[in-house]
Design a protein around this ligand. Structure first.
Ligand code: UT7
Length: 336
């Protein structure tokens, strides 16, 4: 038996900073509301003609992770790409990364688990490595939200929250099973699939020909819908549960957590978890203030920044936890 271990991390965010004040020029919102309800001060949105796409941002993050892992692209055995905002309806961006990085014809899989996508991706990669099938797996979380948001007052409950960006990790085989990823825990509850959803394009309800013929600018089905308070209430419960599930599985206590990287959904959710678990400020990492909610990219961006800032050291117990659309949620417990 092997474990897998994160050996390289990288992230990429577009240069274009969009402040809360900038949004108040587009819709009826204000800095005070956004900061008080979400903690967000600014986010990155791609500039038109920048060339940034979900796949290309993922490639930029991946290049950094590969270099830091000290491996070559030819050492990568498998690619896992998590996103809810792919460049194409199909194929998913995993194959674009394989091509753009010039990686030989290894497998590439796309994960459609929204805010939990990176945690699900880590679990997939970890289990392929644990069974001995692969040695090095590239896991990417990347999102380009800004092209898909309703930037009018109608969409303000959602559009002020989301940002663009990408993060990537290399998971490599670790022979010492007391190190690296100790366990991953995944859950879903499809009962609430429509509480946080983008319904179109999809084949579930309408013919594509009808949608095109309607050409209806009031059609909201292409924009994200979120039942914010309901999602919030479920998030705080599920975050707590799935962190505890991971700790119990590994005979760890809350006080053993050296670094918790929660999915950056809302600063108030992270602060609720921090208070509940009585963690101090250096045990929880947040960067939603700068980037907003980047969905599948939020954990790898935050993990990379925490590592770059020297906040994660060898031997640390690091916990990743996510909750989002699906509902899906999950956690990763690792020994750094
Ligand atoms: O990442 C996936 C998981 N996502 C989450 O976990 C997000 C969970 N939910 C949330 O973070 C919060 O529910 C939100 C930040 C989305 C919303 O905060 P809230 O405190 O739940 O506000 P609300 O939706 O109850 O809205 C309160 C008021 C409403 O006005 P009335 O009806 O009280 O007059 C909204 O119309 O705030 C209004 N509002 C805004 N006002 C200014 C909604 N969006 C805005 C806005 N600017 N951007």
């Amino acid at each position: 038996m092997y474990n897998s271990r994160i050996t390289g991390l990288g992230y990429y965010v577009p240069d274009n900073v969009v402040k809360n004040e900038d949004l108040s020029k587009l819709m009826d919102t204000n800095d005070e509301w956004i900061q008080e309800r979400t903690g967000i001060k600014e986010r990155r949105w791609i500039k038109e003609n920048s060339g940034d796409t979900t796949a290309s941002m993922g490639v930029k993050a991946a290049k950094i992770a590969i270099e830091r892992a000290g491996i070559s692209k030819d050492d990568i055995d498998f690619i896992v790409f998590a996103t809810l905002s792919p460049d194409y309806y199909f194929p998913g961006p995993g194959v674009q990364v394989q091509h753009d990085l010039g990686i030989k014809t290894v497998g590439a899989i796309d994960i459609r688990n929204q805010c939990s996508g990176f945690v699900y991706g880590i679990s997939v990669a970890d289990n392929f490595i644990k069974t001995g099938m692969y040695k090095n797996v590239l896991v990417i979380g990347s999102e380009l939200h800004s092209r898909g948001l309703d930037k009018t007052t109608r969409g303000r409950g959602v559009s002020v929250i989301f940002g663009d960006g990408a993060g990537a990790a290399i998971l490599s085989r670790e022979e010492d099973t007391s190190k690296g990823i100790l366990s991953t825990h995944l859950h879903s509850q499809g009962e609430f699939a429509e509480e946080l959803v983008v319904k179109a394009p999809g084949m579930g309800t309408r013919w594509v020909t009808d949608i095109l013929a309607e050409n209806n600018p009031d059609d909201e089905s292409y924009y994200p819908y979120m039942n914010g308070q309901f999602v919030f209430k479920n998030a705080v419960v599920r975050f707590s549960e799935v962190i505890m599930e991971g700790l119990i599985k590994n005979n760890l206590q809350v006080s053993d957590i050296d670094m918790l990287i929660p999915h950056q959904a809302n600063l108030r959710i992270s602060q609720f978890i921090q208070r509940k678990f009585k963690l101090n400020d250096d045990q929880v990492f947040n960067n939603i203030q700068k980037y907003g909610n980047t969905t599948a990219a939020s954990i790898p961006i935050a993990l990379t920044e925490a590592w770059e800032e020297g906040k994660i050291k060898e031997g640390d117990t690091v916990v990743l936890a996510a909750f989002g659309s699906g509902f899906t949620w999950g956690s990763v417990i690792m020994k750094w």
